[in-house]
Each structure stands twice: as C-alpha cells, then as structure tokens.
Design a protein. Structure first.
Length: 292
C-alpha cells in the first residue's frame, strides 16, 4: 500500500490553543503508527487577518510540543497563481458567477423576503444562504459591473455544479482514530447554497485551496476537527469538479474549553504560548488533552 500522508493545516490568524495542539499531535501520531508522512501546511490566504508572527508562533509551539514535519512547509499565500488556474476553469465552465451583494444588502434582501412571509434558509454554520440574483444577470451586465471596479466574490452555482457531476457525492469517514474502518457519508451540499470560492482580489478561498493542496500534496487522510465535518460535502463537490482524488476523512471531537464550553479565542487558559509561559511542560500539555 502507498505510504499514508497526514497533514495539519492551521491558519496563522491567531495563536494555537489546546484544540490545535490535539489535532497536530493526533495527525503526527497517526502518521507514526501507520508508517506515514506528516506535513504541516500554512493556510494563509486571508492576507488581511494572517500575520507572519502568528506563523512563527505556530512553528515554535509545535516544535516545543515535540513535533517534527517535512520541509519545505507549503504556504498557501505563495501559490495564488495555481489556485487562480483552478478558478479559471470554473469560470470557463460557467459554474461560478460574480456576486455583487454586500453583507448589508444581503441582510436587507432577506429581511424583506421575511416580511413577505418567506422562511429564509441558513447553512450548517448558521449563515443565511446567498440570494444568487446575479445568476439571471446578462454577461454584459456582469462585465460592465466588474469593469466599473465594483466589489464582488466568485460564488459557486451549486445547483449547476451538482448537475454537472455524474458520481453520487459521498465521502469515507473513518469510524475511529484507529483508522481500521470507514463509513459512507452522503454529502449534503445544497444546504450550503452558493458558497464563495474566490474573492475579487484573492483568486481562492478556504474550500478551493484546501482541495487543491490536499490533492497536490498527496494527502491520503484528512484528520481535523468535527467543526469541519459539514464542510466536507462542499470540498467533495470541488474535488469532483476538478477531477481530484478524495482522501479518507476523520473528524475528531473538539477539545472542550473550561467548564465544557467551546474553546474560545481568548487564550487565557488554553493558549499554548500562555501555558508554556506559565511553566507547563510539553508532557503536561499533552496530558491535558490526553495524547501522549
Ligand atoms: N485551515 C483550517 C483551519 O485552521 C483547517 C483546514 C483543514 O484542516 O481542512 O481551521
């Protein structure tokens, strides 16, 4: 069997907390136990929120925890050209459209629909689905608005994309972290509506880059938090559109914060740097999340 490839793919838009440490350590452990490779990938496409100092912090924290990864590390911000080529394919196939509505315009549109008694659908993350009026817009009008410099995002025409896919959309989810069995999960893509696949200034998005890189890096096992479980459906759709292979997925339970709450962005009691500076040892931090 081919060598399994695992990856930990943090976004450097903040400091690592116990949840990240768990994910990274679990991936490295599975790579070790299965004679596989462990990659670290920096998902820094959001150039407004990602910072070099957070990236340096990630390397420092992971090394302190005792992790080793292959070099060079893939930094997504260095590969916009590659993602742009994939976006071009979706544009040529008319599976994306420029979406011009701002956040406040979307809100107003939906509020208006709701006063007329319509129940507006929301995606699995709780965001209202995009109205998608631009799908009816003529090419000329789209061109005119783009040329005029209006803000827009490239959104997937999810209905058209689903119609263009012949295979049923599902993924294999490992039934436990032993990776000794999988179950078939049918993708619920419609629930997401027309997701953003690229921005006007950045020719990619989380979903597009993640499927591009997992394929390019030969990732065989995507092991990540349960919060990304539903997003897997969209990623499977993009893999089918681009003809990319589907890895096996395992979505692990999230590390609970204090008193069982969700780990918050405030890192007072869960940030790796904070814990280290308070005198915790790497073994103690691993003990806190139950991963030796
Ligand atoms: N970069 C994503 C995050 O930090 C994770 C991507 C993934 O594991 O698929 O949430």
């Amino acid at each position: 069997m081919a060598v399994p490839v695992f990856r930990f793919a943090p976004s450097p838009n903040g400091e690592l907390h116990l949840g990240h440490a768990y994910s990274a350590l679990l991936n490295a452990k599975l790579a070790r136990e299965n004679g596989g490779r462990f990659l670290l990938r920096i998902e820094d496409i959001d150039i407004t929120r990602c910072r070099r100092e957070f990236e340096e912090g990630i390397y420092h924290d992971l090394a302190w925890l005792g992790l080793e990864w292959e070099e060079p590390v893939r930094r997504q911000s260095e590969h916009f050209g590659e993602y742009g080529k994939l976006l071009e394919r979706l544009i040529a196939e008319e599976l994306v459209y420029p979406a011009f509505m701002s956040r406040s315009e979307i809100r107003a549109y939906i509020a208006d629909a709701e006063t007329r008694g319509e129940r507006w659908p929301h995606d699995p993350d709780g965001a209202p689905l995009y109205p998608g009026m631009e799908k009816q817009m003529s090419r000329r009008e789209r061109r005119r608005r783009i040329d005029r410099g209006e803000a827009f995002a490239w959104r997937l025409d999810t209905e058209a994309a689903l119609a263009s896919v012949v295979n049923p959309l599902f993924w294999r989810e490992a039934t436990s972290e032993k990776l000794d069995g999988t179950e078939r999960i049918d993708a619920q893509v419609e629930a997401w509506g027309d997701v953003i696949v690229a921005r006007k200034e950045i020719p990619t998005s989380y979903h597009l880059s993640v499927v591009a890189d997992d394929a390019l890096q030969g990732v065989t096992h995507v092991v990540r938090g349960r919060d990304l479980y539903q997003a897997t459906g969209i990623q499977r759709l993009l893999q089918e559109l681009f003809g990319l292979p589907a890895p096996i997925y395992f979505h692990h339970a999230l590390v609970p914060g204090p008193e069982g709450r969700k780990l918050s962005k405030s890192l007072r009691d869960s940030g790796i740097r904070v814990l280290r500076e308070a005198g915790a040892t790497p073994a103690e931090v691993r003990g806190m999340i139950g991963i030796a």
